[in-house]
Write a protein that binds this ligand. Structure first.
Ligand SMILES: C[S@@+](CC[C@H](N)C(=O)[O-])C[C@H]1O[C@@H](n2cnc3c(N)ncnc32)[C@H](O)[C@@H]1O
Length: 347
């Protein structure tokens, strides 16, 4: 099987798959649009992979091909579309989707890392022809019942599969109310994953429409959100009904010291939201507040283009950086560990 995720998230998705019983991640790569993680899942364990909230889509593998054997779209299509693995993949697809019929609609999606020897569209044409020759009653349509993807996930190496998921997976069931600038749910899930494991309160002090809060609840946290905009609070309350959400200023939170086990937020530095005044001093004030309300040992995960060192209080120790590409824009998830007072004072 294989999963796609936002570029930059493959190491995290790979780790999360490996942590699931009966699943072993084997390899990862990038097909020019998405990161790809290949994995094996035993019978009875596939549903866990399909429930992974950091993946955009999950596929059952149909076949692989290598440019070293043949850098030719017709031969790559023939290597991918072989009867025996296909039969197995189709029966898994039927278990997850709906029973197969003699007449089905299908479409082929291809992604290549280089068009030096042939175009992506030529591979799509050849794979479509291979499917047509094999399944005479299947017809091409868009949208289609079956989506067949062939992705060059490393230079020269292709993996192809039938898509088992649909847009509902990426949207995690969908927000009941939308608000501009809302975070992609899979990225919110990844940030929550970087914050460690519950129990305790996970705080989002700039919660917007509540995407991080919803993912925190799904991961088993108690979720608390604040936003300076009352209309955001009303929306977050609808989208994350089990969370406690209030109007508040992240610069002056009315929360007790060390009351949150983790703090995860998407700071207002995007195209849609900006802060008033000078950014570094705003950030320094907010980070001091975040450090105050997060308990020692807790994780802090921030999505922002940059976190200048000058804005960081001594009690937040950097632990990692995950650069992610989201709709063509580079963003970064910055992780910190809240130190105890004595450790923060140590030179
Ligand atoms: C990038 S948006 C968050 C989007 C959110 N993750 C979502 O999925 O909808 C940043 C949010 O920070 C809020 N904000 C700006 N300044 C704030 C402050 N001083 N305190 C709390 N929230 C603030 C904005 O109202 C906005 O909702």
């Amino acid at each position: 099987m294989f999963a796609t995720c936002l570029p930059g998230l493959a190491p995290l998705v790979r780790q999360q798959l490996d942590d699931l019983p009966g699943i072993t991640a084997t390899c990862d790569g990038f097909d020019g649009r998405a990161d790809i993680v290949l994995f094996g899942a035993g019978r009875g364990h596939r549903d866990r992979a399909l429930a992974l909230r950091t993946a955009e889509d999950v596929f059952v593998e149909v076949g692989r091909a290598d440019r070293v054997q043949a850098d030719d779209p017709r031969r790559i299509a023939a290597a991918i579309w072989r009867p025996q693995p296909l039969q197995r993949a189709l029966s898994i697809w039927a278990e997850q989707q709906h029973p197969l019929a003699a007449s089905m609609t299908f479409r082929v999606i291809t992604r290549v890392l280089s068009e030096n020897t042939f175009l992506r569209t030529e591979l799509r044409r050849q794979l479509t022809e291979a499917v047509r020759r094999d399944r005479r009653r299947w017809t091409v349509a868009d949208p289609a019942e079956l989506e067949i993807w062939a992705c060059e996930y490393r230079r020269g190496r292709f993996v192809a599969g039938l898509r088992l998921t649909d847009v509902r997976m990426r949207q995690h069931g969908g927000r009941s109310l939308e608000r501009p600038g809302a975070l992609r749910p899979t990225l919110a899930a990844a940030m929550v994953g970087l914050a460690g494991k519950p129990p305790g309160v996970l705080l989002d002090p700039c919660c917007g429409s509540g995407t991080i809060l919803a993912e925190a609840l799904a991961a088993g946290w108690t979720a608390t959100g604040l936003d300076i905009d009352p209309s955001a609070v009303a929306i977050a309350r609808r989208n994350a009904a089990q969370a406690s959400v209030h109007v508040g200023d992240a610069q002056r939170m009315s929360l007790p010291d060390a009351s949150a086990a983790a703090c995860v937020t998407n700071l207002p530095f995007g195209r849609q939201y900006r802060v008033r005044g000078e950014t570094t001093s705003w950030l320094a004030t907010v980070l001091r507040e975040i450090a105050r309300v997060t308990r020692p040992g807790g994780h802090v995960v921030l999505l922002a283009p940059e976190i200048p060192r000058a804005a960081l209080p001594p009690s937040l120790r950097p632990t990692g950086v995950v650069p992610v590409r989201l709709l063509g824009i580079n963003v970064t998830a910055w992780s910190y560990r809240r130190l105890s007072r004595s450790r923060a004072l140590r030179p």
